[in-house]
Design a protein around this ligand. Structure first.
Ligand code: GLU
Length: 447
């Protein structure tokens, strides 16, 4: 049996319950076929077997006291997946659905994503099954402090640098950093990214994932002699990533017509394109209600309870920006029918495998690890600014972000071309990320 098939089978029999991780790993491994089957060095060094096993996983208890004085207990975790090309780097996700499998899938994806950024960052991910919805600021702070009281011993500027993800934004990073500094008595700014501007954060970090995604889409369209100008864009979610997409897509002349939340979605035919609307998105997120219906009430647009945005109105570009598997086969079929041109995942693993199977080819499909890498890339730039103790100007950061997104785009295209599958961004991203990490692993021996 081929090397890739053997490793996939081993993985499925070893961790049959880790659904999301198996989904992510299978997708990546299958696309590496062309590379690893023709050169025995990968099989001999057991590169794939090592790649799919995290270097270290820390699981811990997070006890905290709520506003009523009741003791609450959550699970905390950090998965340090791969440090071949740099210290572990990746976000923290606070969400009730967080499991080992979810963090393993995110950590695995992060290894490849970070390799694509051109920056020296390994991959990691962490989080908790803590549910921020409806919690007071005091409860959030106490939870973050307790979480960091264990996490601090596993992280540091040369070891592991966490950041935000779903449920963890600037406010949470502030609380986490404060506790880290208090325990260690060190102002090690490059231990966390996504910090506030007044204590070592980078300009444009909040916007970076969304801006980067739009830059990537612009590059994709450019290959067809087209551009984002005048296009209709559908977005899901209403957090940081969606907010950045709305701002940049509008600035480049597109119209973003949708947002979504756990309660349903909204369609705004005039476009989510004004400062007032963007500010309201931030307000909705900060309220902790996790509900998009508020937007419909405020701006008098239609709310669709329980619905996803993909099937309601035709869109030229679909940008899932909330969670994994949020665009399924049926959504993909409708997008195809409605003549959608680009589906680009700003969320990690935004599309189901069945959806990807249907769209990759007929529609230009950008995988999360390439499309959303602008966030972690600007985190890398934040680390550099912390190290050299200097803050770059907005234009400097934006220019570097643009350059990185262009580079990721061309790495994907060249790797896909070399694999005889031109235009297959998903395959190209996996191969380009793999080659960088595998080369470092081979050079460093069996560690
Ligand atoms: N959570 C984000 C991601 O999925 C950002 C990670 C970071 O900035 O380290 O890439």
């Amino acid at each position: 049996m081929g090397y890739v098939k053997t490793v996939i089978e081993q993985l499925h029999s070893k961790y049959p319950w880790e659904k999301e991780f198996l989904q992510a790993a299978t997708e990546v491994l299958e696309s590496l076929d062309v590379i690893v089957e023709k050169d025995p060095k990968y099989r001999d060094a057991k590169i794939l077997e090592r790649l799919v096993e995290p270097e270290r996983t820390v699981v811990f208890r997070v006890p905290w006291t709520d506003d009523r004085g009741q003791i609450q207990v959550n699970m905390g975790m950090r998965i340090e997946f791969n440090s071949a090309i740099g210290p572990y780097k990746g976000g923290l996700r606070f969400h009730p659905a967080v499991t080992v499998s979810m963090l393993k899938f995110l950590g695995f994806e992060q290894v490849f994503k970070n390799a694509l950024t051109t920056l020296p960052m390994g991959g990691g991910k962490g989080g908790s099954d803590f549910n921020p919805t409806g919690k007071s600021e005091n409860e959030i702070m106490h939870f973050c402090q307790s979480f960091m009281t264990e996490l601090y011993r596993h992280i540091g500027p040369a070891t592991d640098i966490p950041a935000g993800d779903v449920g963890v934004g600037g406010r949470e990073i502030g609380f986490l950093y404060g506790q880290y500094k208090r325990i260690t008595n060190r102002f090690d700014a490059a231990t966390l990214t996504g910090k506030g501007l007044s204590f070592g954060g980078s300009i444009l970090r909040p916007e970076a994932t969304g801006y980067g995604a739009v830059y990537f889409v612009e590059e994709m369209l450019k290959t067809k002699g087209d551009s984002i100008q005048g296009k209709t864009v559908g977005v899901s979610g209403f957090g940081n990533v969606s907010w950045g997409v709305c701002k940049k897509a509008t600035e480049l002349g597109a119209k973003v017509i949708s947002l979504s939340g756990p309660d349903g979605c909204i369609i705004d035919p005039d476009g989510i394109g004004t400062e007032e609307k963007w500010a309201y998105m931030l307000e909705m997120r900060a309220s902790g209600h996790d509900r998009v219906k508020d937007y419909a009430d405020k701006f008098g647009v239609k709310f669709y309870p329980g619905a996803r945005p993909w099937d309601i109105e035709p869109m030229d570009i679909a940008i899932p920006s909330a969670f994994q598997n949020e665009l399924n086969e049926e959504n993909a079929r409708n997008l195809l029918k409605n003549d959608c041109k680009v589906i680009a995942e700003a969320s990690n693993m935004g599309c189901t495998p069945e959806a990807i199977h249907l769209i990759n080819g007929p529609i230009m499909y950008g995988p999360g690890k390439a499309v959303n890498a602008g966030g972690v890339a600007v985190s890398g730039l934040e680390m550099t600014q912390n190290t050299i103790r200097l803050s770059w100007r907005p234009e400097e950061v934006d220019e570097k972000l643009k350059w990185i997104m262009k580079s990721i785009h061309s790495q994907c295209l060249s790797a896909a071309e070399a694999a005889n599958d031109p235009g297959n961004y998903a395959k190209g991203a996996n191969i380009a990320g793999f080659l960088k990490v595998a080369e470092a692993m081979l050079a460093q021996g069996n560690v």
